[in-house]
Design a protein around this ligand. Structure first.
Ligand SMILES: Nc1ncnc2c1ncn2[C@@H]1O[C@H](COP(=O)(O)OP(=O)(O)OP(=O)(O)O)[C@@H](O)[C@H]1O
Length: 323
């Protein structure tokens, strides 16, 4: 995996078990300044556990977390912004009041706290809800307040557990642009998500976790380019479906993509694109044949899929090449 020397936050060899359940199995993770890092993986892979350890909500069984080269202590953590999965603001308290309260807990004086609150509610498009109780807001607007709570003290690092879940496209855009502003100020952002198209669109880097270990990490485009599989896009006249591909070794038909018409076929190391073209020609008139990059979703399916040894080997190769 890629271990960047510029990383400000470094998790090394984190191990954590809940009783007999191994949640983290030697997980190492880097977060660099001014970089948006997507933290993705299947349900139960260990994302929330990692984030809780970074924020000191949980202690690991072993392993270290350092911030700017030193072990993370309470002072450093006060400078972190965290949006936990379990959310946890006060439902009956007015939105602005609780943001001011949280900012003051983090050491801002009354004027600064009020200014930061007004500014954030404005940036997040909910200034008109400042005097409403949290519970009276729609879920999407409550989520915006949760992000405001993570940001109100001007943190040095943002760690966000599924900040986009349940948001409509406008809510996604609002949150995304606020996060991009933070990244532009140099604040590293680490967020978990199952919305891989969104991660691909927003993130500079992605870290993929499976079974408590990182299986791929690096710049999104680099991981896509370095995937061991080639994805071929074929347009074929005179043949329906993909029956003509049946039995070709190392070839797998992928789900269609909105932005790429035709048939998408992933070829592994052993498969020969020339053989694919020959077969296509035998089946009909080939009007298009090109190599396209896999999407993050396709890459994710490959490295975390339940394909047994072959998939694990593929994951190791992606990891190796990203190093
Ligand atoms: N409090 C707990 N007690 C027992 N097991 C737990 C506890 N919290 C998490 N686990 C287990 O630890 C593993 C990692 O869970 P974790 O919540 O970190 O994964 P995740 O990647 O955040 O999952 P998701 O995408 O579903 O939120 C899972 O097997 C989970 O069932």
């Amino acid at each position: 995996m890629s271990i960047g020397s510029a990383a400000v936050l470094q998790c090394r060899d984190l191990k954590l078990s809940y009783g007999s359940v191994v949640a983290l199995d030697g997980l190492s993770l880097d977060v660099e300044p001014g970089v948006m890092t997507g933290f993705v993986g299947p349900n139960g892979a260990g994302k929330t556990s990692t984030m809780r350890i970074v924020l000191g909500v949980l202690g690991p069984d072993s392993g270290t977390v350092t911030w700017r080269g030193a072990p993370v202590d309470a002072d450093a953590r006060r400078r972190f912004g965290y949006m936990p999965e379990e959310r946890g603001l006060y439902p009956k308290m007015r939105v602005a009041d609780q943001l001011v309260y949280l900012a003051r807990l983090h050491g801002l004086d009354g004027t600064e706290a009020q200014r930061a609150t007004d500014d954030l509610l404005d940036r997040l498009g909910i200034a008109d809800r400042a005097d409403a109780t949290l519970e009276s807001l729609s879920l999407g607007n409550q989520q915006r307040v949760q992000l405001a709570a993570a940001l109100v003290h001007g943190p040095d690092l943002l760690v966000l557990d599924e900040p986009f879940s349940g948001l409509d496209p406008i809510g996604v855009d609002v949150l995304a642009s606020v996060l991009q502003e933070e990244v532009a100020r140099g604040v590293p952002v680490l967020f978990s998500s199952h919305q891989l198209e969104l991660v691909e669109r927003l993130c500079d880097r992605v870290t993929i976790v499976k079974d408590g270990r990182i299986v791929a990490a690096g710049p999104v485009d680099e991981l896509r380019r370095r995937d061991r599989r080639r994805v071929v896009r074929i347009e074929l006249e005179g043949a329906d479906g993909a029956g003509w591909l049946a039995g070709m070794p190392g070839a797998e038909v992928l789900p269609s993509r909105d932005d790429e018409p035709g048939l998408l076929v992933a070829l592994d190391d052993a498969a020969d694109p020339q053989q694919l073209l020959d077969r296509a020609r035998a089946a009909g008139a080939v009007t298009h044949f090109s190599i396209v990059l896999p999407t993050l979703t396709e890459l994710f399916r490959e490295v975390v899929g339940d394909g047994g040894e072959e998939t694990a080997a593929g994951a190791a190769r992606v990891e190796e090449r990203a190093a």
